[in-house]
Design a protein around this ligand. Structure first.
Ligand code: ACO
Length: 372
């Protein structure tokens, strides 16, 4: 009989495998993608460069980047068959469910879905990177009664994504803030959705199935769904002067405060200062000091009451709101970015695969027999 004290609920603190994709160091609050601090990547690189880095292990040369950008730009259009399926889905469907369905359709339409060679999976990964923005942008537009916007191949990933969502390219400040959020969300070691994707991959299922499962895991509010949940909290509180009383009520009723806390970082999420700086630029751009005041008031009250630090979803939620995304679109934006990390892990899992199959300690009824 397993000693119950040996069980690590939620696999907390359990190291299940090695990875060369990223390193999270909670002691120093640092996060490295393939050895590079994420803050440096956010300051100096585009999301496309970071995607290339996660997949290839090195930043691209100029020629490699040009070829990679051409490949990404050539696959951005929304497939009419995918659009037809999206159009069939009711507006009551959550945007994460629409995206999960769309990715499933993209996979079912790919005649090479079973090609799990490194080149085959890399091609699928780039295709998903290129194609997910069209689904996310179109879903938000159809909810507003607006038509599809065709991609613009002259634009970088983020500028094109924003144009496909809003019909025009916003200012450079907005494009940069969005690009930074994509870089920060791209990868985070064995988080719940990445681990999910690796579990599915470990059965030798295909890349699309692993990604669809990852989307399902990311949707939950304890994980990626928190960026959406943060905005609901902001809407509920309304203004900075109501934050303290709202928090006291929420804590008294034992609620988890969305956007705070992290399984790995206990002294602050390494990505927050970078995203908060981007949020500051957006607050100035859209002249919304009231939103920043609410952000600060809730954070200050949380620090005073619980001392639990914000995670990346805390600044990214209001940032996406300021850019103009519907609240339900926030977690699909996380998918658009994390597709890079998920697929890097799927390919890494296949390099040295072992079926992921843990054990459990049985605590049910003792053995008994039918009819006795
Ligand atoms: N609000 C209130 N209390 C909290 C919070 C929170 N957000 N986070 C942790 N705590 C408290 C717990 O109640 C618990 O207190 P107790 O020991 O008195 O019972 C203690 O801190 C430890 O919390 P756990 O839930 O055991 O920590 P765990 O590592 O399992 O949880 C998690 C991490 C799920 C992220 C949690 O902090 C949480 O629910 N946060 C809110 C959801 C959220 O923002 N998720 C985003 C994660 S980051 C990302 O996906 C980018």
């Amino acid at each position: 009989m397993t000693d119950p004290s040996d069980i690590r609920k939620g696999l907390a603190g359990v190291v299940v495998d090695t990875t060369a994709v990223s390193k999270v160091n909670p002691e120093t609050n640092s996060l490295l993608y393939r050895g590079y601090p994420v803050q440096e990547l956010a300051a100096s690189c585009s999301f496309e460069q970071v995607a290339y880095l996660l997949w290839h292990g090195e930043l691209p040369t100029e020629a490699e980047l040009t070829a990679f950008e051409e490949l990404e730009r050539s696959q951005r259009a929304l497939d009419p068959a995918v659009k037809r399926v999206v159009d069939e889905l009711p507006l009551t469907a959550h945007p994460m469910d629409v995206l999960r369905t769309a990715v499933s359709v993209i996979g079912a339409l790919d005649p090479d879905w079973a090609d799990a060679s490194p080149a085959g999976n890399l091609a699928k990964s780039v295709a998903l990177l290129a194609r997910i923005p069209a689904v996310v942008a179109y879903d938000q537009r159809r909810r507003r009664g607006l038509p599809l916007v065709a991609p613009d191949d002259s634009l970088g990933y983020s500028a094109n994504f924003l144009r496909m969502t809003f019909g025009e390219v916003p200012s450079e400040v907005v494009v940069k803030a969005f690009d930074v959020s994509m870089i920060l969300y791209a990868e985070h070691s064995f988080n719940a959705s990445t681990f999910t994707a690796r579990v599915v991959t470990s059965t030798l299922s295909d890349l699309y199935s692993a990604v669809v499962a990852g989307i399902g895991a990311l949707k939950g509010p304890l994980h990626g769904g928190a960026n959406e949940a943060v905005m609901h909290v902001f809407d509920e509180i309304g203004s900075a002067d109501a934050a303290e009383a709202w928090l006291d009520d929420a804590l008294a009723s034992k609620k988890k405060i969305m956007g705070f806390g992290h399984r790995v970082y206990k002294n602050g999420d390494s990505r927050v200062p970078t995203m908060k700086a981007s949020l500051d630029t957006l607050v100035a751009e859209y002249d919304r000091p009231d939103l920043l005041a609410l952000y600060d008031a809730l954070n200050d009250a949380m620090q005073a009451r619980k001392g639990i630090q914000p995670n990346l979803d805390y600044p990214s939620g209001p940032a996406y709101h300021l850019i103009g995304f519907d609240t339900g679109t926030f977690t699909p934006l996380f998918v658009a970015s994390r597709i890079t990390g998920w697929t890097a892990h799927i390919m890494e899992q296949l390099q040295a695969n072992a079926l992921i199959r843990p054990l459990s300690a049985y605590v049910g009824v003792a053995e008994r027999h039918v009819g006795r």
